[in-house]
Design a protein around this ligand. Structure first.
Ligand SMILES: Nc1ncnc2c1ncn2[C@@H]1O[C@H](COP(=O)(O)OP(=O)(O)O)[C@@H](O)[C@H]1O
Ligand SMILES: [Mg+2]
Length: 248
């Protein structure tokens, strides 16, 4: 992180800038994964008959050995598998009571946001500001609200001086911040974080963690894949993937 964008300060400065629709989602489970098994072409079965329920407002950590299918699980939950990544999928996934495959794309991006392990795979625009705008163009916002959101999340992530920079020219940590900003700006009801802080420096990590913690406190549903004990402390529940009876 190139600057000191103190998240707590930003949150205060923006008054009611901590937005989570989670607190309005009463009644239904946020995520209901039932009997999920996936298989990439010519690969072995992964997540064998795996089931998971995430309550609205809950933060669940997913842990497990490298290669056991943590990222695959998150890709299934957000619908990327099989919409964009080819894999066989058996079982069902419902988000707030709706099968993920039935949720139209413009609604899906506001239902579930994912920050990938590798930010390069999520960045493709010429400038930082375009990355944020791209996601927001898929949802129905006025020009004014779109500009306000872009500004808010650039400030939150300390990227305001990089708005016209090409993401290609940013460090790994800064790229992760761009992806986080773009995903958070959509204010998804469910946030999936796949080792999302792994390339941030200590200051950036603790600031983003503070923001995500604050979001969680006001009802944000989160699924977190992480190794850092401090990041994991956010979670009420930890699921170990890959063990017998748990996707193994
Ligand atoms: N797009 C893909 N095509 C084929 N195999 C994949 C793909 N993505 C992941 N895999 C394989 O699936 C297994 C699980 O991967 P992944 O879900 O990334 O595990 P984890 O996140 O727990 O490290 C690994 O063996 C990996 O090589
Ligand atoms: Mg992974």
């Amino acid at each position: 992180m190139s600057k000191d964008p103190l998240i707590s300060e930003n949150s205060d400065r923006h008054g009611g800038s901590l937005h989570s629709s989670g607190s309005h989602d009463s009644g239904l489970h946020a995520i209901e994964v039932s009997g999920l098994t996936t298989r990439y072409e010519n690969g072995p079965a992964l997540l064998k008959d795996f089931s998971l329920t995430v309550q609205t407002g809950e933060c669940v950590a997913i842990q497990g050995e490298s290669g056991c299918g943590k990222s695959t699980l998150l890709h299934c939950i957000c619908g990327l598998i099989p919409r964009s990544i080819n894999a066989e999928v058996a079982g069902t996934i419902q988000l707030f009571g709706r099968p993920v495959e039935e949720i139209p794309r413009h609604e899906l991006v506001q239902t579930v946001g994912i920050v990938f392990q590798n930010p390069d795979s999520q960045l493709f625009c010429d400038t930082v500001v375009d990355e944020l705008a791209f996601g927001l163009e898929n949802v129905c916002l006025s020009q004014k609200e779109m500009s306000e959101r872009i500004e808010e999340y650039l400030v939150l992530t300390g990227l305001e001086d990089h708005r016209l920079t090409s993401p290609k020219n940013l460090s790994g940590g800064q790229k992760q911040l761009v992806v986080l900003a773009a995903v958070l700006a959509l204010r998804p009801r469910i946030l999936l974080l796949d080792e999302a802080f792994s390339q941030l420096d200590e200051l950036g990590r603790s600031q983003l963690l503070a923001h995500i913690t604050a979001l969680h406190k006001i009802g944000q549903t989160i699924v977190l894949v992480d190794h850092d004990p401090e990041n994991l402390s956010l979670a009420q529940t930890t699921v170990r993937l890959g063990e017998q009876g748990n996707g193994g």
